[in-house]
Write a protein that binds this ligand. Structure first.
Ligand code: BG6
Length: 369
């Protein structure tokens, strides 16, 4: 079933352009997003939403954090992202105009299932984003948006993650259309951008050899830091999680702006730091701030691995390695920037002789609380 691939994870990483394309399929009508499952949920019900809470665990929760930026920007509805297991034990405020969106690849994660049940019992509506047809969480929800990424076998989630983010963008654009919070022209612009993402992921996959060299070079590294800002922040968290899961290396993701409030104390000569650099065009206000973060840690001896847009020359004087991603509008950059981080964790685990599909102590689907 692995085909010619060395692992299911390698296969699934390579399938990411198709995963995104399959999630988009049948949900774009001309220049607008129309998700049939949301049409069935009801335009009135969508118009009534005053607040959104996203519940998920692990990688799926980072997809939720990326989705928050898009939903808030396009719909102006406030979004909170909560770990499923923290959510229901703190007596959360839930009303009939709260929509709970659960995200789960398996659709069986007990913590997330219990959060959905709790929310519906409290009177909230629940929509699930799920990759597994007929799973328990979608059955316990008012509506489901399936990601159609195909079966994911490797324990560490990859193609399901990019499909989850894509589903959240579709949700946000559908909602924005129904509520009239985006102009038709703005909606059309996002649709074109979204349709271009699968090809851009395919281009990003071509960076594999750069990442491979890096992983071989770093095979005895003891700790790795990841920095990001805006939608790059959850990607930094995901990069760190992947490295913990697969290569058993201590890894932490930080918001780049938080660096000076503590984490910079960790920087010592030779410390590898991955930095997800925002686009100098699309995020002109954030790009110089992240470049200056890079300068600060470089001056303290950090070894910088920058994930930066093609043509971004500002990073060149300070980065030891630059991994290039194609140009994309800022909200869509996570779908590209995460790819080298997945490959890095996979290659480093391989260099250490570890089983990338079945990391120790982990299960694909955790059906206990
Ligand atoms: C963890 C898996 O146990 O569950 C992660 O190891 C996954 O890879 C998380 O992100 C959530 O799983 P699911 O199926 O709810 O998306």
């Amino acid at each position: 079933e692995k085909g010619g691939w060395s692992s299911f994870m390698a296969k699934e990483v390579s399938e990411q352009p198709d995963a995104v394309a399959n999630t988009l399929r049948g949900r774009i009508a001309g220049a607008a997003v129309v998700v049939p499952e949301l049409t069935a949920f009801g335009d009135d019900a969508l118009r009534d939403i005053r607040r959104i809470v996203i519940v998920a665990c692990g990688t799926a929760s980072y997809a939720g954090q990326v989705g928050k930026y898009a939903i808030e920007k396009w719909t102006r509805i406030p979004v909170d992202v909560e770990l499923s297991h923290e959510f229901r034990y703190r007596d959360p405020v839930l009303t009939a105009d709260t929509l709970v969106i659960s995200i789960s690849q398996s659709g069986e994660t007990m913590d997330t299932l219990m959060a959905v049940k709790y929310a519906r019992d409290a009177g909230a509506k629940a929509i699930s984003i799920c990759n597994t047809q007929g799973a328990t969480i979608p059955r316990e929800s008012d509506a489901v948006i399936y990601t159609h990424a195909g079966p994911e076998v490797a324990v560490a989630s990859t193609k399901a993650f990019v499909a989850q983010i894509t589903a959240l963008y579709l949700f946000a654009l559908h909602l924005a259309r129904v509520r009239g919070s985006l102009s038709e022209a703005e909606q059309a612009e996002q649709v074109v951008e979204l349709q271009g993402i699968p090809a851009k992921i395919a281009t990003t996959l071509l960076q594999e050899s750069t990442v491979h060299e890096l992983a071989n070079w770093m095979s005895d590294t003891r700790a790795v830091l990841f920095l990001g800002r805006h939608v790059g922040f959850p990607i930094a968290l995901e990069g760190a999680l992947k490295l913990k899961e697969l290569a058993y290396i201590h890894a932490e993701g930080f918001a780049a702006g938080e660096l000076k409030h503590g984490p910079i104390a960790l920087i010592e000569p030779g410390q590898p730091v991955f930095v997800v650099v925002p686009s100098p065009r699309g995020s002109a206000h954030l790009h110089p701030k992240v470049v200056s973060n890079i300068q600060e840690i470089r001056a303290r001896g950090a070894r910088i691995i920058a994930i930066a847009e093609e043509g971004d020359v500002a990073v060149l004087p300070f980065a030891d390695t630059v991994i290039r991603i194609p140009l994309a509008s800022p909200l869509f950059e996570p779908l590209l920037a995460v790819v080298p981080l997945q490959i890095f964790a996979m290659e480093l685990a391989t260099a250490k002789g570890l089983d990338v599909d079945q990391p120790r102590n982990l299960a694909k689907s955790v059906t206990v609380e």
